[in-house]
Design a protein around this ligand. Structure first.
Ligand code: NAD
Length: 300
């Protein structure tokens, strides 16, 4: 049976490291790092994510400000608030919880966040640096997945990695981190990497997933990956978060994209949902906020 990769425990280690470093700065008389989170509207999933982020800030000693704007907020107003926070010396990290309402252009919002405070890594400057193998802010979910692999001793160098999903915030940056050359600043994984997506024919999908030493799934379809689709000993990272009805209790519950019960009999390592990638994503955001505070990445 697969070894279960405990996301809660890894996230705690990561947050404790951030916390210890911040305690050091505060002991020297510096102010702690600060994260500003802007939420537009009251989408329940967004609210839950923002709550978790603020909670992690409290745990690590990062001061935080949560700004909730009404759903009818204009794009102009949002952009001017982002500019104000981008210019503020009190703010180290700044993020707008996505998705934003339809009347607001997401790309404009992401680009309005100053690259040096862009802890989500969604500004085109950070995306461009990242894709050119330069140090940049990398979205927390893919960066967190690499952290799980590293901390669990799962080797990527020369291995076959398969990423299901090609979204700009998850699948694409993850494929970048897995395949790119590890000698450069992004410390990428040097894996031979295959990207599967919506138009990969279902019968082909299995041929690809079977080749994986590392299989990462970020699709949003419960039970997409079944035991017959994976190789013995594969490391499976399940990013999916799906709300489904529990057949036994009739209550709603969270599941990933992987048939955990079946696949864990064949895999070598597997992340559970919940308690896998989710908590690590939040911990990674704390790490990115500390990086912003330390001004470790230069934007000239
Ligand atoms: P998205 O909807 O933007 O992208 C889904 C991707 O899956 C697309 O690239 C699409 O081409 C691909 N896809 C669709 N059907 C497929 C199929 N049959 N086979 C292979 N690929 C297929 O979603 P996203 O933002 O990338 O998120 C993916 C999942 O991860 C969602 O369930 C989301 O809730 C979850 N998520 C989790 C975290 C976390 O912290 N754990 C963070 C972000 C997203």
């Amino acid at each position: 049976a697969a070894k279960i990769l405990d996301g809660v425990a890894i996230a705690k280690d990561m947050k404790d490291e951030v916390k210890a470093e911040i305690e050091g700065f505060v002991a020297e008389g510096r102010r702690p790092p600060n994260l500003c989170v802007i939420q537009v509207g009251e989408d329940p999933a967004s609210k839950a994510y923002v709550t978790n982020k603020i909670k992690a800030c409290k745990y690590t000693g990062i001061t935080s400000e949560k700004i909730v704007l009404p759903v009818e907020t204009t794009e102009e107003h949002l952009l001017s608030l982002i500019k104000e926070k981008s210019d503020s010396d009190e703010v180290d990290g700044l993020l707008v919880q996505l998705p934003v309402p339809k009347h607001i252009t997401e790309r404009k919002v992401c680009n309005a966040v100053h690259p040096s405070k862009d802890v989500d890594g969604f500004n085109i400057i950070n995306i461009g640096k990242f894709c050119s193998d330069q140090k940049s802010f990398v979205p927390a979910t893919p960066a967190g997945v690499m952290e799980i692999l590293r901390r669990s001793g799962i080797e990527t160098f020369g291995k076959n990695a398969v990423v299901c999903g090609r979204s700009k915030n998850v699948g694409m940056p993850l494929a970048m981190l897995l395949h790119a050359d590890g000698v450069y600043e992004t410390k990428a994984g040097d894996a031979t990497t295959t990207i599967c997506h919506r138009y990969t024919p279902p019968e082909q999908l299995k041929l690809f997933t079977k080749t994986a030493d590392i299989l990462v799934v970020a699709v949003g379809i419960p039970g997409l990956i079944t035991a017959d689709m994976v190789k013995e000993g594969v490391a499976v990272i399940d990013i999916g978060i799906n709300r489904v009805k529990d057949e036994k209790t009739g209550k709603m519950k969270l599941v990933g994209d992987v048939d955990f019960e079946g696949v864990s009999k064949v895999a070598g390592h597997i992340t559970p949902v919940p308690g896998g990638v989710g908590p690590i994503t939040v911990a990674m955001l704390m790490k990115n906020t500390l990086t912003a505070y330390k001004k470790e990445i230069t934007f000239e």
